[in-house]
Structures are given as C-alpha cells and as structure tokens.
Design a protein. Structure first.
Length: 201
C-alpha cells in the first residue's frame, strides 16, 4: 500500500473509531493489520506468500458493540476520493464470508447539490448482506432503511446520497446530540478532503 493511502486509511479508521467511542460504543480492532501489526509493512506478494487463510485477509476493521454489549456489528471502513458502486464489489467476498457487515465510507470528493453543509456529506454508511444468495445493500429510500439487491441499483451521486447517515445504523450516535463531534471529525480530515463543511455560527 502506498504511504499516502496508508495515512488516509489510518486517519479514516481513527476518526470513525473516535466518533463511535464518543457515542459510548465499544470499538474493538478486528482487521488483520491491527491484530498482526507486522503485516502492515508487507507488500501484497509478501503477505500472500505467508499463506494465511482467506478469511483472515477479509476480517472487518472493527467489531462494534453497543453500550451494554448486547449487540454487535462488524464494520469495514473505506476512504475514497471517488466513491461509487464499485466499492460494493470490493467487499463482496468479505460480506459472503461474514454474513453481514456495515460499510462506513468517507467520500472525500462528495458533491453538495442540496447545500446541506453537514458532515453527512462526507461520512455515510450502509448495511451489506447476502439473503438467499442475493447480495443486498441497505440504504435510505423515501426516509426508510430498505434492503435492495446490489445488482439492481445504479451508480451516480444519487447513490451516495441514498446511503444511511451514521446515526441510522448506530442509534447511540444521535444526529443532533453528536453534530458537533461529527463536524470536528470532518474538520480533522480536512487535509484529505477536497472541501469541508463549516458549523453554523
């Protein structure tokens, strides 16, 4: 992995972790590069030569548990300067192996057609699962979280805006109560975003 890409990955994961922990979620590292730190300096060829089982290379970045530890979600975090439907294909095998994951995305190049000036312009998520052999994505349709076959959705900026806001998948992260945290998180990422929202004065 290129150095700049590694920095973006680490920053994005760190920000997502901080947002969730601030809402009192328990965030546990589960990605292979966190469990076996020495692998982070290896090339893909060197890693493959070690012969780890395929499932290990697909471990989600985090296991996230609610405050009372009565439920958990497997979370994969991705940074993209150009976000699109192709990202769902990148994690398809991971979803197949683990059943269901939450994909949290940072879209550094997100447009702002509605001029909403909110952190949700850059940070969104979705559920991904297989149901009866069909690869499904959970997104917002008419203000409801709906599961749709990935093969039936179209690419484009509208797809990004149909992704869920973080609080819709992580209810301890209230939209209003954590708005300042989200603004601060996005501001902290300013160096890897094309532009950033500014909180109202």
């Amino acid at each position: 992995m290129k150095f700049v890409d590694r920095i973006k990955k680490e920053m994005t994961e760190g920000i997502v972790r901080a947002i969730l922990e601030d809402a009192q979620y328990r965030v546990i590292d589960s990605g292979i590069e966190k469990v076996l730190r020495e692998l982070s300096c290896m090339s893909a060829v060197e890693y493959k030569a070690l012969g780890y089982p395929d499932a290990m290379s697909h471990l989600p970045d985090f296991t996230v548990m609610n405050r009372d530890q009565s439920s958990k979600q497997l979370v994969e975090v991705k940074y993209r300067s150009n976000w699109g439907k192709a990202l769902f294909e990148e994690v398809r095998e991971q979803v197949r192996l683990f059943g269901e994951i939450v994909l949290v995305s940072l879209n550094a190049g997100a447009d702002d057609p509605r001029k909403i000036n909110m952190p949700s312009r850059f940070l969104r998520c979705c559920g991904l699962k297989f149901d009866g052999g069909v690869y499904m994505v959970q997104r917002n349709i008419d203000k409801a979280a709906v599961w749709t076959p990935v093969d039936e959705i179209k690419d484009g900026s509208g797809l990004w805006w149909s992704m869920l806001k973080l609080h819709e998948k992580f209810p301890q992260l209230g939209e209003e109560s954590n708005k300042d945290t989200l603004f601060q998180a996005v501001s902290a990422l300013a160096g890897i975003l094309e532009s950033q929202p500014k909180p109202a004065q």
